[in-house]
Write a new protein. Structure first.
Length: 232
């Protein structure tokens, strides 16, 4: 299904939703992006509810944007002649609406995500940041966190390894660690198949100690290129 046709379909489906369920939803929109699951190679994120925290406290201040990813729908539809675009879109839309209602009931969790988003912006701008900020993001899998379009793979290590292995979207990779690196390390990874819309970051950090409560060491940041692992 073409992007324009899918946008029209989603618009019709949104019009079928009772208005009470859309309270606080700023918009239901479609993105052309393909969003692969970080670990499972046969799974794509079809949609999401993006919470927006207002200045006033309380659940009524929480608003959301609901986005359906046309590229992800296309990826799942490949080779499937029985793919039901309408049914899948309706299921995704109602699923994300449930997330919206849950966010409005869990304001403290949303505040933690909002704080993590601010710290991630500081990372992107080269400003100081808390090296554990990413744990406040959305946990999408064991040791994998998401903040907006960026994904963080958490790897506690006893020391700085020469290279590190990881899995992305069902495939195994290895990435070189710069010799001058020191913990904690934030490695922005390039070269993976079906990358996320934003950064893919390997976070190498030492085992937590009581000193972590009173100090925030400056992270070492670098970019590395991943290669497909030959291990089976």
């Amino acid at each position: 299904m073409r992007l324009a046709d899918f946008e029209a379909l989603v618009g019709r489906l949104a019009a079928e939703v009772p208005q009470d369920f859309l309270d606080g939803v700023l918009e239901v929109t479609v993105s052309p992006v393909t969003l692969p699951h970080p670990t499972r190679g046969d799974v794509y994120t079809l949609g999401e509810c993006i919470p927006l925290l207002g200045d006033e406290p309380g659940p009524d201040a929480v608003q959301s944007r609901i986005v359906l990813y046309h590229g992800s729908f296309q990826a799942l539809a490949v080779g499937r002649g029985d793919f039901d675009w309408r049914a899948e879109a309706w299921e995704t839309l109602t699923h994300e609406l449930r997330h919206h209602l849950e966010w409005r009931a869990r304001v403290p969790d949303l505040e933690a995500l909002d704080a993590a988003t601010e710290q991630n912006f500081a990372r992107q701008q080269g400003e100081p940041y808390d090296p554990l900020f990413f744990i406040g993001g959305e946990r999408v899998d064991e040791g994998v966190y998401r903040i907006e379009d960026d994904f963080f793979i958490d790897r506690p290590v006893p020391g700085v390894p020469p290279q590190v292995g990881f899995t992305w979207h069902g495939r195994s990779y290895e990435a070189e660690v710069p010799p001058a690196a020191r913990l904690p390390i934030f490695l922005t990874v390039e070269g993976v198949s079906e990358p996320p819309p934003g950064d893919l970051v390997l976070v190498l950090r030492g085992r937590p100690t009581w000193l972590d409560l009173v100090r925030h060491p400056t992270p070492f940041q670098a970019t590395t290129v991943a290669t497909a692992s030959t291990e089976r």
